[in-house]
Design a protein around this ligand. Structure first.
Ligand code: AMP
Length: 192
């Protein structure tokens, strides 16, 4: 059966890199809200210009906008997917529950990539994306701690949260991610 997975973790944890590998290996859709928002920015549309201002500040864009993006993609793609960067707060987590119930596509697992803060800051500053300046990075980590980290509990109480050590080489982490998904496929309980 094709997997339906949320990938959680702070900025710089490696969600994008790992999702790309996992999606390619398993034939899943990789749905990154950050990538889709950055693509909108490059079109220079009015919406893109508004989104750019939010991204440059390190803030989150509106819940309704990202939900619309995710809803459109998931409604068209029923074959298995990885959500990267969504949900980002408890409102979005509740919106996703409702959306998946409507679509009849229950979530199988939320994989949480764990990396400590010093390593995150170092990785983000090396990455050098336009929203990776030190002040913006610190703000994004703060928003993560306040708004996103609490949603781990949302999945934990549902028995859906599984933690993955995000330290080490890309390949080592990819192996851990794949093993975690295999364990879920074999019916093992998600634990963190
Ligand atoms: P990411 O590539 O996931 O690090 O996202 C980059 C930026 O896109 C974030 O700092 C937010 O400004 C915005 N973004 C991505 N996903 C979401 C989301 N689910 N809700 C709100 N803003 C988002």
């Amino acid at each position: 059966m094709r997997e339906r997975v949320v990938v959680l973790g702070p900025p710089g944890a490696g969600k994008g890199t790992q999702c790309k590998l996992l999606a390619a290996a398993r034939g899943l859709l990789h749905l990154s809200t950050g990538d889709l928002l950055r693509a909108e920015v490059t079109t220079k549309s009015t919406l893109g210009q508004q989104v750019k201002a939010v991204l440059d500040r390190g803030d989150l864009v509106s819940d309704n906008l990202v939900l619309a993006i995710v809803r459109n993609r998931l409604a068209l793609h029923r074959e298995g997917w990885l959500l990267d960067g969504f949900p980002r707060n408890s409102t979005q987590a509740a919106m996703l529950d409702d959306l998946l119930a409507d679509l009849g596509q229950p979530l199988q697992v939320a994989l949480q990539l764990q990396v400590h803060e010093e390593e995150l800051v170092a990785r983000l500053l090396i990455r050098g994306r336009s929203d990776d300046t030190e002040a913006v990075v610190r703000k994004r980590l703060q928003i993560y701690a306040r708004q996103t980290e609490p949603i781990n509990a949302h999945y934990q109480v549902r028995g859906l949260l599984k933690c993955v050590d995000g330290l080490g080489s890309v390949r080592e982490v990819a192996t851990r991610m794949a093993n975690s998904l295999n364990e879920c496929q074999q019916g093992e309980h998600a634990i963190c």
